[in-house]
Each structure stands twice: as C-alpha cells, then as structure tokens.
Design a protein around this ligand. Structure first.
Ligand SMILES: Cc1cc2nc3c(=O)[nH]c(=O)nc-3n(C[C@H](O)[C@H](O)[C@H](O)COP(=O)(O)O)c2cc1C
Length: 338
C-alpha cells in the first residue's frame, strides 16, 4: 500500500502469522518527486531499493513469511520490471531469503506478460482482479492464487461497482485456482463470510493501516477511526479510479472528476491529464506531511466505517482468527437440524 512504505507493517504481519506484503508503489511516487517526508518510500534505483528491503525484512521476520506487491499497469511497467527482477534475484541469491520471502502479488494490469519472469523465481504468485474475466486471464498466465477485490476496497478500484459479496463467489465458481477475498474485511465475521463464499482467506488494506506498527502517518490512522460506512468516495487516481476517505480534498477531486473527465465514471481511461486535477492530487499528498486533515488525500475503503481502534498487528490478527473460529463453530448449533 502506497504512498508510504509498508516495511514495518509487513514484518509485523508476517510475525503475527499472516502474509506480510512490502509495497513498492511508494517508490514510484518518490521517484516522481512527490516528497512525503521521513515516512515516504525511498527515492532512487528501484532494483536496489527493493533488494535492500527484501533482505532487511528477511532479517526482521522471525518464523513467518512475507511477499512483495508490484503494480503492473502501463504507467508502472518500467519500474515493475525492476521490482520483479529484484525479487527474482533476491530469491536466487540466498537460501535464507528463499525460506521467508515467498510471495509476489501483482495488481492493476494484465498478468500474462509477466508469466515467464515470475514463474522462474518459484514464488507463490497472486494477482488482484476485479472480474471473472480477469480471473480467467490469471489462470492462463499460471497465477497460483487469485485475489478477487470488490468495489468497496480502499485505494485503486474499478468503476464497475461489483462488490465483494457478488464478485468472490462468481470468481470461485469460474476458476480452478484458490481465491482470496479482498475489499471490506476488518474482522472475524468478514473472514468467516469469505470462507463461506468459497475463498481460502482474506486480504486487508484499510484495517492494517490503523495498527500500531503501520508505517502510515498518525493523522491517516486517526482519520480512519472518524469514518462511518458512507465516508469513502471514488475519484480519479494515479493509475485509474481510487477510493478515498471523504474529506474536503477528496470531495473536490470527485467533483472535478465529474466536471472534467465524466467518462472516467463509465470506465474510460483519463486521456485529459488535466493540470487542475494533478494539482489537487499532488497537494493532497503533500498535505499528508503537514497534518492538514481536510487538504490531505487519504486512500481508504468503505470498511473504514467499521474500524474503531488502532491495535498491535498480532492482537488484531489473533482477534480476527478467534472471532472467525467462534462464529464458524456456532453456526451448526444455530442453523443446522440435529
Ligand atoms: C492506502 C492504500 C494503498 C493501497 N495501495 C495499493 C498498491 O500499491 N497496490 C495494490 O495492489 N493494492 C493497493 N491497495 C489495495 C489493498 O492492497 C487492498 O487490496 C485493499 O485495501 C482491500 O480493501 P480494504 O481496504 O477494504 O481492506 C491499497 C489500499 C489502500 C487503502
């Protein structure tokens, strides 16, 4: 998750027994010259930075496993090549890395062109999809696990408002690879529901931002706690539509998206590259470092409305698993005839 790093968060998640993911999208942001202060991803050679991060995470992860996320959209293609090359090389070079660094999640693009490179590294390959059609493309590419991400998800999303409850079972029915559910998950009830829909697990974004170890600025974590379930909105973003937490900046961005590039709301790419829109986006990112809560752009999902605390990651993961187990165990007694 950009625009910050997720290096500390990924290690905490791995040490809590879930799959921690290092985000690379912030490196692209930093290299574009958007200065997000001390919490920002580093600026420089994408290959060297990612290699360093993988080695550092492998040192810090005790007995868990972690992975890396690489967005493979057209805008990110050159950087994506470097990130993936770094991942492949890191695994090849070092047996200790191979043991802990186990997964790559690609997103925001077509997986097929990346097949040969990723498959050569013997990583578990997960790819994020918004539709059944894209999930089938993953099968063709040899992806190991598909992540079906519903429209309620925070950050990059799709214009077609197909939500998790419809998307996940549709994908489960149509592909023969495991499916992870994403978009709208924050607790054990959500995990139990995802398993009932046929998923093998959940991916969480917004919920993990509001944790003690998350690398995000405190203002972002606090903003999540202030949200209700209707406090997110979709507007233009860097590589397509993005779901933001509602505030003055995101409402202004949505308004200008409607005025200047309405076709974006019917699924057509933004070809205008309007400077007024860029200005709001850049100022919205810079305001994150200035504690300006109404000017800052916070990406976040609908589920922000269900997040009420900022716990340590281990406590959160244990709480979710325990709650899901309790719910699943209680169902036969509640709903099945003896
Ligand atoms: C702040 C933020 C940044 C994100 N950045 C990325 C990213 O760089 N790459 C990606 O594949 N997904 C990204 N996502 C999506 C998450 O990985 C995850 O799929 C999504 O947040 C799930 O929905 P939820 O927010 O309802 O949990 C981001 C999400 C958020 C909230």
């Amino acid at each position: 998750m950009g625009p910050f790093q997720t290096n500390k968060l990924a290690v905490a998640v791995a040490n809590a027994g879930a799959l921690g993911i290092l985000s690379t999208s912030g490196i692209v942001m930093s290299n574009l010259g958007v200065d997000l202060g001390p919490l920002a991803a580093e600026r420089g050679d994408p290959y060297q930075i990612v290699k360093k991060w993988i080695y550092r995470a492998a040192e810090a992860v005790e007995d868990g496993v972690f992975g890396i996320n690489v967005m493979v959209s057209a805008e990110m293609r050159d950087a994506a090549k470097e990130f993936i090359r770094a991942a492949v090389d890191a695994r090849e070079e070092d047996g200790k890395i191979r043991k802990k660094f186990r997964a790559i999640i690609t997103s925001a693009g077509d997986p097929v062109p990346w097949k040969d490179t990723i498959k050569s590294a013997d990583l578990v390959w997960l790819h994020v999809v918004p539709s059944v059609r894209a999930a089938k493309r993953c099968e063709k590419a040899g992806v190991d696990v598909v992540i079906a991400s519903g429209h309620e998800a925070g950050g990059h999303t799709h214009w077609e408002p197909v939500h998790t409850i419809v998307l996940v079972p549709a994908v489960v029915e149509e592909v023969n690879i495991p499916v992870v559910a994403a978009g709208g998950f924050a607790d054990g009830a959500g995990l139990a529901a995802a398993l009932a829909l046929g998923a093998v697990g959940i991916q969480m974004g917004t919920r993990f931002i509001a944790t003690q170890e998350s690398d995000f600025v405190q203002m972002w974590k606090n903003r999540i706690l202030k949200c209700g379930e209707r406090d997110s909105i979709v507007a233009r973003g860097f590589v397509g539509p993005l779901r933001y937490l509602k505030n003055r900046a995101s409402l202004q961005l949505a308004q200008i998206t409607v005025e200047k590039i309405p076709n974006l709301y019917i699924g057509q790419p933004d070809t205008t590259l309007d400077p007024d829109i860029f200005k709001i986006e850049i100022e919205g990112h810079l305001a994150l470092t200035k504690d300006d809560e109404e000017k800052a752009l916070f990406y976040g999902g609908e589920v922000a409305g269900r997040i009420k605390d900022i716990p340590p990651v281990k406590e959160l993961v244990e709480r979710i698993v325990t709650q899901a187990e309790g719910i699943i165990k209680s169902l036969p007694e509640k709903y099945l005839k003896n």
